[in-house]
Design a protein around this ligand. Sequence first.
Ligand code: UD1
Ligand code: UDP
Length: 368
Amino acid sequence: MKLVTVVGARPQFIKAAPVSHAVQDSTQFEEVFVHTGQHYDDNMSSVFFDELGISTPDYNLGIGSATHGAQTGRMLESVEVVLKEENPDVVVVYGDTNSTLAGALAATKLQVFVAHVEAGLRSFNRRMPEEVNRVLTDHASDALFAPTPEAVQNLRQEGVASSKILEVGDVMYDAVLHYAEKAEKTKSLFGEIGLERGSYILATIHRAENTDNPDRLAAIFGALMEVADDIDVVLPLHPRTENVLQKEGLFEDVDRQLCLTEPLGYLSMMLLERNSCLIATDSGGVQKEAYFHRVPCVTLRDETEWTELVDHGWNVVTSPTSNESIRASISGRIGTTGDDVDLYGDGKAASRIVDYLVGQFTPEYHLK
Ligand code: UD1
Ligand code: UDP
């Protein structure tokens, strides 16, 4: 049997890694890896294939950056060509990017079974491109792998048949457990940047609603620069954010005040996360990783899809509308902890996903 994985953006390489390993372990599927090329810089793409031990993509479609419609449309056309060539039993897509939607649409139009990993997440904010991608992908999918009970609930409320939904836990938790030891053994950034464990804030900012709104951008970076007067702030810079800081004439000040780095590999990022005293972010994945490492988090957005982190005290959502509120939120969170609960499964989400898929295509498998 053949399984095609469609990925394209940084977080998808990380989410696909545990599933790819589980596919290899099961030996039931041949996996064909398709990279749309949405992310293409070495530090946004190839570094992850090297570090995570997943195979080099069988196809790199080289789509690159463009407007939403153009990028998604080009991916749709190119993924279709690959699917016709490979004739798979199942296509697996991850998360909520344009690559996710293009992969799901291309497959469903060819009547190929679509499996969506990280199904059912909702911000209930349709102005976010990711929300549109998630909703459309979920409704085009045949198997919806939800990370949490709330995600299952969201899908049921939208009328998705219960028979298609499986709560499996979160593959990003699988990844953290799998790579933590390897991360500890990697060359440490602390010496290089001159940081001490537990004595700095880690920040990441890349979401369009923040970078493309000059008031929000100024409030976020203004606040982080003020915070940096008292405590080091390390910020691996997403290329979207670097471009906009340059364009707005903010880059030099920010570079002087904060400890900026290039986008990091997953293992270095994990080390920085687990040794920080607080994480301030607008990333979906980084919010959860803060909790995996039991580090308090401030989410600089109007809402979060990962509401259980807020309910259990690990995360606070702060709309990034003013310097003062962001600063107050950050200083109020340092040193806090949340409830001692397991929110994202047991680290076996990937093998549950693969078991389910094997069962779909070889029903006799479960009778063994
Ligand atoms: C995309 C996803 C977002 C996800 C993020 C993960 C969509 C709609 N958005 O946002 O959900 O959280 O990836 O990081 O799919 N660029 C480079 N080099 C690269 C990649 C991008 O320079 O390797 C620059 C380009 O100027 C590009 C911009 O970053 O226009 C934005 O890239 P794009 O993939 O369109 O969106 P992201 O902001 O990365
Ligand atoms: N990440 C990374 N290097 C970085 C920034 C993030 O490896 O410089 C990892 C991070 O640990 C997480 C994932 O990328 O696993 C999150 O991706 P991102 O924030 O780009 O996207 P989102 O999760 O918001 O879609």
